[in-house]
Design a protein around this ligand. Structure first.
Ligand code: SF4
Length: 712
């Protein structure tokens, strides 16, 4: 007799940093047999039941077709024991022969917090290097650095409800309608409910997000610092800043204002190519509003001056006291589902776990003693672009890449390919059996994916939610944390990596956040320590900072309400910044500015969304968008193909069909990031980008290449 029943399981969408909860109707017959229907979780605070088209079609992407299901060495199937033994031996030998810094991990915002924690513990405490960086370097590392400069800790000061209660919402460097659609829906609804709410969009392109804009400022790419310095200068000269009050909670105001004092409206207009009256309107709205949110994403972060851009925004919020209360603050939005969780456990080469600093000897000692670690990294590791350069130059001999496809996503593809060719051992853990990075793997490891793995993710508003393992791991696929623990044990670290369930890893991480936390870091999860496996399994979404009330309940506190900050003197810091132009500048040979970003229905390199037929309907292929007058000057119709080249693109042409778009500024181009490698052998977008990076954050300038366009 058929004894199957339908049961509800809850998890979190694995795509963007909104972190929507999903309800999945499962067919259960002794165990979960299939995932049948999906919808948004009504009670999840990130989405209240909403999903975008990617989340709605998640189950279409979850088949086993194209999955990596067995470990391989040099393309031959092997037992897990053989693969992990070889990896352990290779790491041990590399460290012995060349030192710990010859070993590197390059991981991903797709990893769950527990995976990320183990990767960082193994590398930073037991191998003894900080050479673990992540694709989140490409996503939000500039936002992290700016928060640390301004607040002393990487703390996003806002939450999604602020988008609904603000009076003025400034969206800058973000095509929210396509990149974070559920937040866009929330903003649409907020604006319907409150017709007085104003939306300003700063973007060189007229995107779908502009449908909601009361004012669109199509600024010249890279001129954000000038626009926000202009705002600071305007606020200062018009008496909108109460400097005496600001001095009580923030240092550096006078220097920041002085650095902006040449940015009057006309100068900003000239510099940014934005109409002076529109600038004036924006500045007046910002200075007059009771509550302002500035919501920013990759257009700010993916820049050679991304940290300064973010600090220019934060300066305005500090100077005008638009922070620490409902509906007010600078609000960076992450691209990936667990970029924030990665930050929490130290998932960048310049951080230690639990928001501790590598440069701080007290923090190093604290983490070392908590882990009972034999070695603790003594200095920062190499950030993504430098890491691949170090492989190319032979300094890094071993790399383990987990859950990411750097050959496609990193700038200067030729150099990344050279790096992987030169590296003596390349290990790749992934769920797919074919992508551009796997082509370089000596050892390939099948990892579990969404719906199979258990763990925590933290979304853009610091809210931790559970991704749940509903289906069993297929064939020989294993969880990333299990694979790493197996390797660690084979390296001789049995006790430190002896976990049987991810709840034990999360508990250890929560204890570490509270351990010797006497400098009052806001990331303190003491209230979550001691969860049982059942409590972890049933975990309801929660935002940090947390405090436990006298009645035992756990309460979220809004950061910075008392305008005290986790710095030595408790004050925030305004940073004096000056506008600087992008590093990849146009020349007579490369006269066009190339911008890139997400399309609405696809995710990253399409290894998952590419499986769902419905997700191809909106945009069936990549194209290069250009202004009609540029197309006319090149005698191009919308059916034409063009070849793109840049100073670093090498000999093979990058060929794209043309799409005529009146929303693009003249002299500028836009290409979506998803089609590359296995999806379009001639459309290798990353080849066109030079490896220019922000000097502080190391984040690559992926919004501003200088290219030439030739009709084919
Ligand atoms: Fe939500 Fe982002 Fe997933 Fe869409 S892709 S359902 S907005 S988490």
């Amino acid at each position: 007799a058929n004894t199957s029943t339908e049961q509800l399981r809850q998890s979190t969408c694995p795509y963007c940093g909104v972190g929507c909860g999903v309800d999945i109707s499962c067919n259960v017959n002794g165990r979960v047999v299939s995932l049948d229907k999906i919808c948004g979780t009504p009670e999840h605070p990130a989405n209240h039941g909403r999903l975008c088209v990617k989340g709605t079609n998640l189950l279409e992407t979850n088949s086993l077709g194209g999955r990596l299901l067995h470990p391989t060495i040099a393309g031959e199937k092997v037992e897990w024991d053989t693969a992990t033994r070889l990896i352990a031996d290779k790491i041990t030998q590399t460290v012995a022969q060349y030192g710990a810094d010859a070993v590197a991990f390059y991981v991903s915002g797709q990893l769950l917090t527990e995976d990320y924690y183990i990767a960082n513990k193994l590398m930073k405490g037991f191998i003894g290097s900080a050479n673990i960086d992540t694709n989140s370097r490409l996503c939000m590392s500039s936002a992290v650095a700016a928060y640390k400069r301004a607040f002393g800790e990487d703390v996003v000061p806002c939450q999604y409800t602020d988008l609904e209660s603000t009076e003025l919402l400034v969206l800058t460097g973000s095509n929210t309608a396509w990149a974070h659609p559920v937040l866009f829906q929330r903003i649409q609804r907020a604006k319907l409910r409150n017709p007085n709410m104003k939306v300003v969009v700063l973007d060189p392109r007229k995107t779908e997000t502009c449908t909601l804009a009361d004012l669109h400022l199509p600024l010249k790419p890279g001129t954000d610092v000038a626009v926000f310095n202009g705002l600071l200068n305007f606020a200062h000269t018009n008496g909108s800043i109460d400097a005496n009050r600001v001095h009580t909670f923030a240092d550096g105001l006078d220097d920041a204002v002085a650095a902006a004092n040449d940015m009057d409206i006309d100068s900003v207009s000239q510099y940014s190519d934005v109409n002076a009256n529109d600038l004036l309107t924006f500045y007046r709205w910002f200075c007059d509003a009771e509550r302002v949110i500035t919501f920013y994403s990759m257009g700010i972060n993916q820049s050679a001056f991304g940290v300064d851009k973010a600090n220019a925004i934060i300066n305005c919020h500090l100077a005008l006291e638009q922070i620490g209360r409902e509906g007010a603050g600078p609000f960076s939005i992450t691209g990936q589902p667990n970029a924030m969780g990665g930050r929490e456990v130290g998932g960048l080469a310049n951080m230690l776990s639990a928001h501790r600093d590598i440069e701080n000897p007290k923090h190093r000692d604290s983490v070392k003693s908590f882990w009972n670690a034999p070695h603790i990294c003594e200095h920062q590791g190499l950030k993504a672009v430098d890491l691949f350069d170090a492989m190319a130059s032979g300094k890094v001999k071993f790399v383990w890449i987990m859950g990411t496809n750097p050959v496609v996503s990193m700038p200067h593809r030729e150099q990344v390919e050279n790096a992987l060719r030169r590296c003596e051992t390349v290990v790749v853990s992934d769920i797919v059996n074919k992508n551009d990075t796997l082509d370089f793997a000596h050892i390939a490891l099948p990892a579990t994916g969404w719906s199979e793995k258990d763990g925590m993710v933290t979304n853009s508003e610091r809210r931790m939610s559970r991704q749940r393992g509903i289906l069993p791991p297929p064939k020989e696929a294993r969880h990333d944390w299990q694979i790493m623990c197996d390797v660690a044990k084979k390296m001789g670290f049995e006790d430190a990596f002896d976990y049987s369930h991810p709840y034990q890893i999360f508990d250890e991480f929560a204890r570490l956040t509270a351990y010797e936390n006497d400098d009052e870091k806001l990331l303190n999860l003491a209230a979550l320590v001691g969860m049982t496996q059942q409590e972890y399994d049933n975990f309801s979404p929660v935002q940090w900072p947390l405090e436990r009330r006298s009645d035992g309940s756990v309460q979220t506190i809004r950061p910075f309400t008392s305008l005290t900050f986790p710095t030595d003197n408790g004050k925030a810091k305004c940073i004096a910044v000056t506008p600087q132009l992008p590093q990849q500048v146009t020349t007579a040979s490369f006269p066009f500015v190339l911008n890139s970003g997400r399309s609405r229905d696809h995710w990253h390199t399409m290894t998952r969304t590419g499986k769902a037929a419905k997700l191809h309907a909106h945009m069936p292929h990549a194209s290069v968008s250009m202004h009609p007058m540029d197309a006319q000057a090149l005698q191009l119709s919308s059916k034409a193909y063009v070849s793109l080249s840049s100073e670093v693109s090498g000999e093979t042409p990058c060929i794209f069909p043309v799409s005529i778009d009146e929303g693009i500024r003249r002299g500028e181009l836009f290409i979506p990031i998803h089609w590359s490698g296995v999806w379009g052998s001639h459309s290798k977008l990353a080849k066109l980008y030079a490896p220019a990076t922000d000097a502080i954050s190391g984040q690559p300038e992926l919004k501003h290449a200088a290219v030439n366009v030739v009709p084919t």
